[in-house]
Design a protein around this ligand. Structure first.
Ligand code: COA
Length: 238
């Protein structure tokens, strides 16, 4: 199901000729897509398992693969109110079964992101992966959080950055080299509070709680609470 045949299938669902599926789109049974834009480049793959629903998302896969597990729901905003973007420039994203996904993803430089079953990620949260991020099962990840395994930008001498900015304008800050990265691992049964930040290299143990607005830069042990900036920790007592 590659190329023109997929495009024909796609056109049956989305009459907009400006959006396209040139790569592989594999859809299971009872998949619902509403108000959604797909751009899947040649060679890229989107695999949607049974009973997935996608609403108000724009999904762009330039190179790599996205797999959406059974019963998972991607729920974005109506596109005219601001795009909810799942963007894979180069890499892979695997979302397990029964997840509720309302956040943005940006995956570059061959990054690999895996999300376990029954995990919910709320609106405004941004997940950026340039190397590896593994998020376990049964996690509750709140609104407007930032989960980064990457510095997102490189540090260059100002002359270099100015040259890149002028060359790439209107794209400002487009990176052509991978920034500094370190894998992020989040266990199972965690609760990440609103606007918390998890930075590169962090490992969060099972059943940890990250307080609202905490900035996590170091390992958090299983059953610990992290709070503050930079976050400090104490054991959970209940
Ligand atoms: C600023 C940043 C790039 C620093 O990266 P870096 O130069 O590789 O620095 P390091 O990770 O080695 O951290 C240096 C120290 O600062 C601390 N630190 C880093 N970022 C921090 C933050 N945002 N808040 C509090 N402490 C922070 C680290 O824990 C480390 O502390 P230590 O010396 O006690 O171990 C990175 O931490 C960051 O904030 N990234 C997010 C960038 C962003 O907002 N991107 C959005 C898209 S533009």
């Amino acid at each position: 199901m590659i190329g023109n045949s997929i495009y024909r299938l796609y056109k049956k669902i989305f009459p907009d000729p400006d959006t396209g599926v040139e790569g592989l789109l594999e859809k299971g049974a009872n998949v619902k897509m509403v108000n959604t834009i797909l751009k899947i480049a040649k060679g890229a793959r989107l695999i949607i398992k049974d009973n997935v629903s996608i609403e108000g998302y724009s999904i762009t896969i330039e190179k790599g693969e996205v797999v959406l597990g059974e019963q998972t729901k991607l729920i974005g905003k109506p596109l005219e109110q601001g795009r909810t973007l799942l963007y894979v420039q180069n890499g892979s994203l695997s979302i397990s079964n029964h997840c509720i996904i309302k956040n943005e993803f940006c995956i570059r430089f061959g990054g690999k992101c895996i999300i376990g079953a029954y995990t919910g990620i709320m609106e405004g949260t941004e997940i950026r992966v340039d190397e590896e991020m593994r998020i376990g099962a049964y996690n509750m990840i709140s609104y407007e959080c930032m989960l980064y395994d990457t510095n997102t930008h490189n540090y260059y001498p100002k002359e270099t950055r100015r040259m890149m900015t002028e060359r790439d304008f209107p794209a400002i800050g487009a990176e052509h080299e991978k920034p500094v990265t370190a894998p992020v691992f989040i266990g199972d049964d965690c609760w990440l509070g609103k606007r918390c930040i998890v930075l590169k290299g962090v490992k969060i143990g099972n059943s940890a709680i990250i307080a609202a607005a905490a900035v996590v830069t170091k390992e958090i042990k299983e059953n610990y609470l992290a709070y503050g900036n930079p976050a400090i920790t104490k054991p959970l007592t209940k």
